[in-house]
Design a protein around this ligand. Sequence first.
Ligand code: 3H9
Length: 728
Amino acid sequence: MAATRRLSHTVAVITINHPPVNALSSAVRRSLVKEFGDADKDPSVEAIVLSGANGKFSAGADIREFSTSAFKTVPSLEEINGTIEGSRKPVVAAIEGVALGGGLELALACHYRVADIQAHVGLPEVLIGILPAAGGTQRLPRLIGVPAALDMIVRGSRISATEALQLGIVDEVVQNNTIEAAIQLARKVVGRPLDIRRLSAVPVRSPPSIDAFLDAAMEKARRQFRGARAPLACIEAVGASVKLPYSQGVAKERDLFLSLWATGQPQAQQYAFFAERGVGKWSLPTGGRWDTVPPKPIRSAAVIGLGTMGRGIVISLSKAKIPVIALEQDMKQLEQGSKAVNGLLEREAEKMKKQGQTAALGNGLGSVHFTVDFGELRDVDLIIEAVYENMKLKKEIFRRLSSICKPDAFLCTNTSGLNIDEIASVTNRPQQVIGTHFFSPANIMRLLEVVRGRETSLTTIATAMNIGKVLGKVAVLVGNCPLFVGNRMLGPYLDQANYLLEEGCRPEEVDQALEEFGFAMGPFRMMDLAGLDVGWRSRMEKGLTGAKVPAGTPTCQRGGTRYSPLADMLCELGRFGQKSGKGWYQYGEPGGRNAKPDPWVLVFLEMYRSTHQIKQRPVNREEILERCLYALINEGFKVLEDGIASGPEDIDVIYNNGYGWPKHTGGPMYYAATVGLPRVLEQLEKYYKANVDVPNMKPTFLLKKLAAVGGPPIKEWRTQLGNLSNKL
Ligand code: 3H9
């Protein structure tokens, strides 16, 4: 049964029961109509409570149904909401767990709402490329006013029950027995007038100059969400709630939903949604399913190194209520690190207090103990080493851990590209060594690349993946190769960006093209933020800088491969990016954040071109995009060929969550599929022919193979990959 009904004296309790999240599928909708109809007709029923089974109200419409005919079957959710709101008997929503999207819209159609203190509510439709389309954009502004509603809808934010109470979204918050509290409230309000509780009939509270307000919101959303259409549609729909009567507002909402669907963005974002949930479920290319192996419980953890990464990891663990030992090499570093960590923890506690979580959950943070004594790590379940990227130092630490830590402790290394097997080789437990590549700042960024070594056991993989989940991250399992997946694919992308400068572009031109495509930051602004010196120092360590560039050679070469020394040259001049106040842009002062084009860079580029007799040529936006994006995508195919990622979805999840790739295009591999693989192949071949000294532009075997069969939909690539691994 998709929805059930029981009687509690004079109150009918209707319960949505559609595991795992009580999504409002067509079967649930039909069932709701029947149960409401029966409750309405039943003379012994004076009031109705609507709840969800298994401690969850509802996660909204069934996203899987959107692209099927089931979505269009009647009754629509908005029709059901109309029926509930119009009921002559008071209806109270009992919100436990989540009321999201259509789930919250359903609750807004009820006359009263009671929420459990641990519940969350929100309209996150925008995050899957659509807008609330069951009256949410019309009822929420009527309940809490336009500014607050617009903010929630455009950001798709989830808020706690306490915040919902403050905003007036729910009428009561209870510590426990939510359904019982809803039944009590339902009894209490029997006989009270319902008209003022019917949100569709309530006037909207809007700012005095609504047009200017909406224009400003539109302008901000265009800048912030670069190319994503759903936030703009949300603003338009909320605008309609002010300007149109409810029935027309809802019609507008429906039209906007349909026009969004036609852009292809919802399909891409919904692919990304399910890809995120799927990354935990694949088997290893080498055989063996880690997701069926139980993870070991982690009751305590330690972090070694309290630099930027280590601090963020400590905060993440503490937020997940895992007690942490934070270790530094000496008292001075420990003092600095502990001060920074304590500051961040205070901010977290403050945030939680605002959300009303402290009262319900005690302190809400796991304890952090600071030390310089390795001996204290003796009994810890899992250790994350987060010192700087230096193989010698990391090996030294792992040797030490190996002798100190209890035999079943897991040893993780936070590295963005070093060889996990080499690190594991110095320990007495290589099967318990694994890479955990966090992204900076680690307490905020959602992505975690979990890197399996040759000997890493399935239990270790399962435990590391589970820790990712416990920390609220999207953990993606990847293989061990230089730079793993994300950074490895970034290399060819950045190479192309540099070559484009050599050939005639300005940094801001390249950045603009990629930012208009939807990247949060173009490559040059990104490099300036990360610090150009990081790559430069690492290249110097490997003896890869200072390539001799014979004057008059049109492109610089290193070992027969094209190499752009531009970034090295900037570093030699002390231009490291934001931290030094100058890099590809100028920032006014060291640490400045406002990137301004720098005329000096143009002169520098002109001199470089003249030294190498490179004739500057105009490069259009299409070429900038194709060369940068297709180079990155081509490397993605290579990553798949090499078995470093188990499927294209994994790569997309990595890019969507760690590299600012615009989610509304689905991720690099999904984007390639929508462009058409034959087209991607054709363009790569063209650019490779013009630059045979750029090996990473040479189309990969897998791309060619998939293009040869017409570029199948992305969900079929795994089959082709299976066939391929038989051949390789
Ligand atoms: C909407 O409501 C439109 C309306 O305005 C009106 C339209 C007319 N549908 O995330 P989890 C699955 S749009 C179908 O791992 P958690 C999910 O795929 C909707 N399936 O668990 C997974 O399946 P599997 C607006 C859904 O505890 C399983 O449930 N609502 C849906 O970490 C568990 O999910 C949203 O955007 C769904 N709506 O987090 C909310 N939701 O086991 C989207 C989940 O096969 N959902 N599944 O892999 C979420 O944010 C999280 O899933 C939630 C639970 C917080 C609920």
